[in-house]
Design a protein around this ligand. Structure first.
Ligand code: BES
Ligand code: ZN
Length: 388
C-alpha cells in the first residue's frame, strides 16, 4: 500500500472542501463574511474563498492589485448634552474631536454672515445653499472656527464633498438634527475619517497556458459600506463561478478568462485597471460578458450592449435587450476599449446599496448562466467579422 504524501493529502482535502460546492454554498459562505468593501478583511476573505474554488476546479488563478485614493467616514456624530446626533463627515474634512460652543451663523455662511457673529475657537453652524461647501468651510476657517456643521435643507442625510482637503473637522447633518442644535450650547463634534490609498485586488482564473482568451466572463465581487451585497454583486460573482464550474471540462474553458473585479463600487477601479494593464489581451477578446445584479427579478433577465450580441441574446435566449445600459458596471471600460460587451442584469432592486441586500435566488443565477452559455456558444461559432 502506498502512503500518500502530505502534498497529496492536502490536495485531497482541498478537493473535498470544494466538492459539492455549488451556487447555494458559494452564496452562503461568502455572505457570512459580511460586506465586501474594497480594502477590508471581509473583502479579502471572500477573495480567498473564491480563489480556492477556482483552483479546486482545476483553474490557475492570478491576483492583480491596483490602488486608488478613497475617503471613508468611519462613523461621525455630535454630542449635545447626553444626546448623540448622527451626521456625515464632509469628504475632504479632517478627522478630530472638538468640544466647544455651537454658534449659529446667520444665512448660508458668506463672509458677511460670519462677520455678524464670533466663531473664533467655536463650532460654526451654517445652512446649506447659495455657496459651495468648500466656500462655506473657507469662510469658517478665515473666521477662526474650530469646527463646522452644515445643515441640510431637507430631512435627509447629506453626503457632501469639498473637492480638496481641509484642516477643519466638518459634519453635515439633516434639517431635523439641525433644528435640534441649540445656539450657544457646548457640543462635542466627533469626526472620524480615514483618508488614504485603498488597495484593490482582481482575481483572474484561466486554464493553464491560456494567455489570449476570446471570451471574458466578469463580475465585481466588492460591495458598498454596510450592504452585504447579496444581489449587488455576489449574484454576478457566483454566476461567474458557476460558469467556470459548468465549462471546466469543455473546450470553452480553454478560450475563456473568468475575472472577479474589485473596486467597482469606487468607480470601476478594478475593470479600468485590468483594461489598462492588458491592452493586447483586451484587444484580442471577441466578447466580454458582465454580470451584475442577476439574483433578484426586478425585471426579467435583461441584456444591453453591442448590437449584434444583443440580437444574438434575443434570438438564442429570448432575452429582452434594451438601450441604453442602466447603471455603470465593469463592462464600461471594455466597451470604451472597443470590445463588444454584453451586460446581464435584472434591474435595481429595493435593497440596492442597503443593509437589506441579503438575498439572491440561486435559480435566477443558474438561469442567467444557462442563457450566457447559449449565447456564447453561438458567438464563438460565428466567423470573426472582417476588420477585427
Ligand atoms: N450594480 C450596480 C450597477 C447596476 C445598475 C446593475 C443597474 C444593474 C442595474 C453597480 O454596482 C453600481 O452601483 N454602479 C454605480 C456606478 C459605479 C461607477 C460606482 C451606479 O450605477 O450608480
Ligand atoms: Zn454592482
Amino acid at each position: 500500500m502506498q502512503i500518500p504524501t502530505l502534498g497529496a493529502t492536502l490536495a485531497a482535502l482541498v478537493l473535498v472542501s470544494s466538492a459539492g460546492a455549488d451556487v447555494e454554498s458559494d452564496l452562503r459562505t461568502v455572505l457570512n463574511f459580511g460586506p465586501r468593501v474594497t480594502g477590508t478583511a471581509a473583502n479579502e476573505q471572500a477573495r480567498g474563498y473564491l480563489e480556492a474554488q477556482f483552483r479546486a476546479l482545476g483553474y490557475d488563478t492570478r491576483r492583480e492589485a491596483f490602488s486608488y485614493p478613497r475617503f471613508d467616514d468611519l462613523g461621525s456624530d455630535l454630542r449635545q448634552g447626553n444626546q448623540t446626533l448622527s451626521g456625515r463627515a464632509l469628504e475632504g474634512s479632517t478627522g478630530g474631536e472638538v468640544r466647544a460652543r455651537a454658534v449659529r451663523v446667520p444665512g448660508t455662511g458668506t463672509p458677511e454672515d460670519f462677520r455678524a457673529v464670533n466663531v473664533r475657537g467655536l463650532i460654526a453652524v451654517v445652512q446649506r445653499g447659495q455657496l459651495s461647501f468648500l466656500q462655506k468651510a473657507k469662510n469658517a476657517q478665515a473666521a477662526g472656527a474650530a469646527g463646522l456643521i452644515i445643515i441640510n435643507s431637507e430631512a435627509k442625510e447629506l453626503q457632501g464633498r469639498f473637492g480638496e482637503r481641509l484642516a477643519l473637522p466638518a459634519l453635515a447633518v439633516t434639517s431635523t438634527t439641525g433644528a435640534a442644535l441649540r445656539d450657544g450650547q457646548e457640543i462635542q463634534l466627533r469626526v472620524r475619517v480615514r483618508d488614504g490609498e485603498v488597495r484593490g485586488v482582481n482575481v483572474v482564473a484561466f486554464k493553464s497556458g491560456v494567455s489570449r482568451p476570446e471570451v471574458l466572463f466578469g463580475a465585481h465581487m466588492d460591495s458598498v459600506f454596510r450592504a452585504p451585497g447579496a444581489n449587488d454583486n455576489l449574484s454576478g460573482t457566483v454566476a461567474v463561478m458557476e460558469l467556470a464550474r459548468r465549462t471546466v471540462n469543455t473546450p470553452l474553458a480553454a478560450r475563456s478568462y473568468f475575472v472577479l473585479f474589485d473596486g467597482e463600487e469606487d468607480g470601476l477601479r478594478g475593470s479600468r485597471a485590468f483594461v489598462k494593464d492588458h491592452p493586447a489581451l483586451v484587444q484580442g477578446l471577441r466578447t466580454m460578458f458582465n454580470f451584475d445584479m442577476v439574483g433578484v427579478n426586478v425585471s426579467p433577465l435583461n441584456v444591453t450592449g453591442e448590437r449584434l450580441l444583443v440580437e444574438t441574446a434575443k434570438q438564442v435566449a429570448g432575452l429582452p435587450g434594451s438601450f441604453p445600459a442602466e447603471g455603470g458596471s465593469d463592462q464600461v471600460p471594455f466597451d470604451q476599449a472597443g470590445v463588444p460587451t454584453l451586460f446581464f442584469h435584472r434591474g435595481l432592486d429595493a435593497n440596492y446599496h442597503q443593509p437589506g441586500d441579503v438575498l439572491a435566488d440561486p435559480a435566477l443565477i443558474r438561469a442567467t448562466v444557462d442563457a450566457a452559455l447559449g449565447i456564447v456558444d453561438v458567438v464563438l461559432k460565428t466567423p470573426v467579422p472582417a476588420g477585427r
